[in-house]
Design a protein around this ligand. Structure first.
Ligand code: GCO
Length: 481
């Protein structure tokens, strides 16, 4: 697996470090049909692209923005693979109009971006920074003028450092601060911004930011798994309530990184199945269950002890208008009795096709996730809020003739259409991402864009995948190959 083996969301290497799990056997992967009867998507299906504030905006000191945990983390030596920072990123804070033109130029219906909390509330709470808010008002207006539906994520991992200084997600109060911030967005932008996503991939933020120390805020403390998970879930519930109280006409959802957790060695590898089930509970169910069922899975019980108060699970469980699903790859897991969590990274089957992260490229994992939501979680309305492929890592120029990306998107969209035919109410698909950006701890060495960027000049150059996605958005007809 080379040096990619330890990268984030390969879910590996390390030890999750949770307290002992209630390990129980899990089912093998359900058999799923990946071939749709028809490759024609419905007329009203939304085609979009997704981005995140810290990965794109740059202008980190502009207009009164306060620092976030990522501003602090990226400056710590050794944290970012290429030693870069997101000071410029794609310069989207200044070039947002160009990006809107690219989205409109591709005929897309929707744009998912995130709002930087610390632009609106520079230290996380208190007085509103009007200049920061105005930026998002301008962006939303620019999208609406072109008939593009804005979807704003409230929290894409960039907690204001002012809140981190008070304990961040490890403390309960941060949940209320998220709700206050949500209310501000609902009240100040809700007249035109109608679609709001509360959290992005809270599992990644929890595990990679607080347990493994590979993401901001860079903490490596297994004891944080329970409190951080619960306070994010609680904050999400409170934020949904606050938005509903602010306005009655919002479409509110949240986005999760859902990954099928598969035992290394296949379903007959019984010991590894214990570990893959443990990871499934921490990674997927610790987020799905509190929101959609008002419960936590057993494996979280010890970690959560002392953090869940009476009534909390009535708050975490909220009606949502859509669930956002981000999918890239399945996770392979093995049992490791030496690891405190007993969970370690496994290997995909031999000969598996792999992405730049070393993860298996496998659209059946997406189908599996969608089937589960249909069968076990009441079939909520869904959006695919991220899916995409990186160029091979490295400093070289972007690959403009990116046939591999087109094939990745096409094959995953086949799985999406097949799931729709099987009864999943999927309303749209957002490719990750518009322009090659700053990929967190990987800096500028990983590129997911449909559009390349010359980092010296900021000039944007559409890749082959941009033209391909444009044709798809126009016709809704997925090419056969
Ligand atoms: C996520 C991340 C994105 C990544 C993308 C590619 O939500 O998964 O937020 O920011 O850039 O997933 O790895």
């Amino acid at each position: 697996m080379g040096d990619h083996g330890m990268s984030r969301r390969a879910l590996g290497g390390g030890v999750l470090g949770a307290a002992a799990f209630g390990l129980a056997g899990c089912q093998g992967a359900p058999s799923v049909d990946l071939t749709p009867r028809s490759r024609q998507f419905p007329q009203d299906f939304q085609w979009g692209v997704a981005t995140a504030a810290f990965q794109t905006e740059g202008s980190l000191a502009a207009d009164g923005r306060g620092p976030s945990v990522w501003d602090v983390f990226e400056r710590q030596p050794g944290r970012i693979k290429d030693g870069s920072d997101a000071g410029t990123a794609t310069d989207s804070y200044r070039r947002y109009a160009e990006d809107v033109d690219l989205i409109a130029g591709a005929g897309l219906d929707a744009f998912r971006f995130s709002i930087a909390w610390s632009r609106v509330l520079p230290s996380g709470g208190g007085a509103i920074n009007q200049a920061g808010l105005d930026h998002y008002a301008r962006l939303v207006d620019a999208l609406l003028v072109k008939g593009i539906a804005p979807y704003a994520t409230l929290f894409h991992w960039d907690l204001p450092q002012g809140l981190q200084d008070k304990g961040g997600w490890a403390v309960r109060d941060t949940a209320s601060r998220l709700a206050d911030y949500a209310a501000v967005i609902g009240e100040r932008l809700g007249d035109r911004l109608k679609r709001i996503i509360i959290l992005n991939e809270a599992a990644v933020h929890t595990v990679f930011g607080h347990v493994l120390g590979e993401h901001a805020p860079g903490l490596k403390d297994a004891d944080l798994l329970g409190p951080v998970t619960h306070h994010l879930n609680l904050g999400q519930g409170l934020a949904i309530q606050a938005l509903r109280a602010a306005r009655g006409d919002l479409s509110i959802g949240t986005t999760m990184a859902l990954q099928p957790c598969r035992p290394d060695g296949g379903p007959l590898a019984v010991w590894n199945r214990l570990a893959s089930d443990g990871l499934d509970q921490i990674w997927n169910r610790a987020w799905l269950d509190p929101l959609l069922r008002g419960t936590y899975p057993d494996a979280m019980a010890d970690a959560l002890k002392g953090h869940v108060r009476d009534g909390d699970l009535a708050i975490t469980r909220q009606p949502i208008d859509f669930l956002g699903v981000n999918y890239y790859a399945p996770a392979y897991v093995r049992l490791d009795l030496k690891a405190p969590s007993r969970i370690a990274q496994g290997e995909p089957p031999r000969g598996a096709e792999r992405d730049a992260f070393g993860r298996q490229i496998d659209p059946s994992g997406l189908a599996e996730v969608l089937t589960r939501l249909r069968r076990d979680y009441g079939n909520p309305p869904l959006l695919i809020t991220e899916n995409g492929a990186s160029d091979p890592f490295g400093p070289g120029p972007a690959i403009l003739d990116d046939a591999f990306r087109i094939q990745y998107l096409r094959r995953h969209l086949q799985a999406v259409k097949a799931a729709m035919e099987a009864g999943s109410p999927i309303g749209g698909y957002f490719a990750w991402t518009l322009v090659d950006n700053w990929e967190w701890d990987l800096g500028y060495t990983s590129r997911f864009g449909l559009v390349a960027q010359d980092r010296a000049t900021g000039t944007r150059t559409p890749k082959a995948s941009y033209a391909w996605f444009k044709a798809l958005a126009r016709t809704g007809l997925l090419p056969e190959r």
